[in-house]
Design a protein around this ligand. Structure first.
Ligand code: GSH
Length: 128
């Protein structure tokens, strides 16, 4: 079972969105920012040493970093769906898991074209 650790008002929403878009069965663990400091709660620091989201757990592994997680989910769990594979940019070849900066935008465009997972992700995280 895939577990997604989500922090409210953070980039980890992208992972919830991705899971909804792919129609995956996953467990969502929600962490809530401290109301005054807006920092992550201790519950997230138990999963990630710096208390950063997103983090996923799968097959005994704990994986951090948005782009690595997107790459892992698309390729290791979803059989390559929504993965853009290798990217060619100004004549260079980029591996998405190596060059994080290049990965995000093509993936977002794919999602924009793909569909409705974003509203399901809002529903799942209670942000309607
Ligand atoms: N490079 C990481 C950055 C993760 C990160 O900074 N997450 C922020 C939310 S967008 C966070 O968890 N902040 C809580 C805190 O610093 O207390 C990634 O792309 O996943």
């Amino acid at each position: 079972m895939l577990t997604v650790h989500h922090l409210n008002n953070s980039r980890s929403f992208r992972i919830v969105w991705l899971c909804e878009e792919l129609g995956l069965d996953y467990k969502l663990v929600q962490h809530t920012r401290d109301k005054e400091t807006l920092r992550a709660p201790d519950s997230l620091k138990k999963i990630h040493p710096l208390g950063k989201a997103p983090v996923i757990e799968h097959d005994g592994q704990t994986i951090a970093e948005t782009d690595a997680i997107i790459h892992y989910i698309c390729n290791k769990i979803a059989g390559g769906r929504l993965s853009h594979g290798e990217i060619r940019f100004f004549g260079r070849r980029y591996k998405p898991d190596v060059d994080a900066g290049v990965q995000r935008s093509p993936w977002s465009s794919t999602l924009a074209a793909e569909g409705s997972g974003v509203s399901q992700a809002y529903e799942r995280t209670g942000r309607l």
